[in-house]
Design a protein around this ligand. Structure first.
Ligand code: GTP
Ligand code: MG
Length: 213
């Protein structure tokens, strides 16, 4: 069985639900999670649901995906680890998680750090790095987690992003105009079939951006 790799780095402030999302992806219980204090790499071979809709004529050659999920510590004092994570594990995409119940300012700072650390991985020279950033084909996936605490309203998540995160998000788009910029709203603790499909869709989108099908 042929397999393709998807390398994804998961970032965001402490307590936003990064580890919970990874545990869910791995099919583990999400009930007892504790704060992450180091870079933790998780590997899981998954089958994306969308693949099951393929007709016999468009035979899917790659039946499974080996997801390398890099879980980063979210405590502010440990944000410098993020740079190491980006350097050590060449990432296809960054999932940045936002917690709607937390202060937006610190989360905007965290998002800005992600943009800056990623830039540093492109070149030691800032001017050159900025130039490379304009051509860089990365994926930035903004995920509003804990939508259950917003009454499961995607509209409210959208409103939150517009009201509080628009500037930081636009800055990222301007710095990396050739990259993919997406957002989604989820609840990492919601184990329903519908939520499974939404979360699956995030990985499906990243897969499509990278492999073009
Ligand atoms: N209500 C709700 N709580 C959630 C959700 N996702 C995660 N949590 C809770 O948020 C808390 C923090 O989750 P973690 O996954 O440890 O967060 P983290 O981002 O990994 O935190 P650090 O490792 O410190 O960076 C836990 O108590 C989770 O149960 C969600 O979708 N809804
Ligand atoms: Mg964690």
């Amino acid at each position: 069985m042929l397999s393709r790799d998807l390398s994804i780095t998961i970032m965001g402030n402490t307590g936003v639900g990064k580890t919970t999302l990874i545990k869910r992806l791995k099919g583990e219980s999400v009930e007892d999670v504790s704060p992450t204090t180091n870079i933790e790499v998780h590997e899981k071979t998954i089958r994306l649901k969308s693949q099951s809709y393929k007709s016999a004529f468009s035979l899917e050659k790659y039946r499974s995906y080996k997801v390398l999920a890099v879980d980063c510590p979210g405590d502010m004092s440990l944000w410098p680890y993020w740079k190491k994570a980006l350097v050590d594990y060449k990432t296809h995409g960054i999932i940045f998680i936002i917690d709607p119940t937390q202060d937006a300012k610190i989360q905007i700072d965290a998002l800005t750090q992600v943009s800056n650390y990623f830039l540093m991985t492109l070149d030691d020279d800032v001017v050159k790095a900025e130039r490379k950033a304009r051509k860089e084909k990365a994926i930035f996936f903004l995920v509003v987690n804990k939508i259950d605490l917003l009454g499961n309203s995607k509209g409210k998540a959208d409103q939150l992003l517009r009201d509080q995160y628009q500037n930081a998000w636009n800055h990222l788009k301007e710095r990396y105009p050739k990259s993919g910029h997406y957002w989604e709203a989820i609840s990492a603790i919601d184990e329903s079939e519908d939520m499974y499909n939404v979360i699956d869709g995030i990985f499906e989108t990243i897969k499509r951006e990278i492999y073009g099908d």
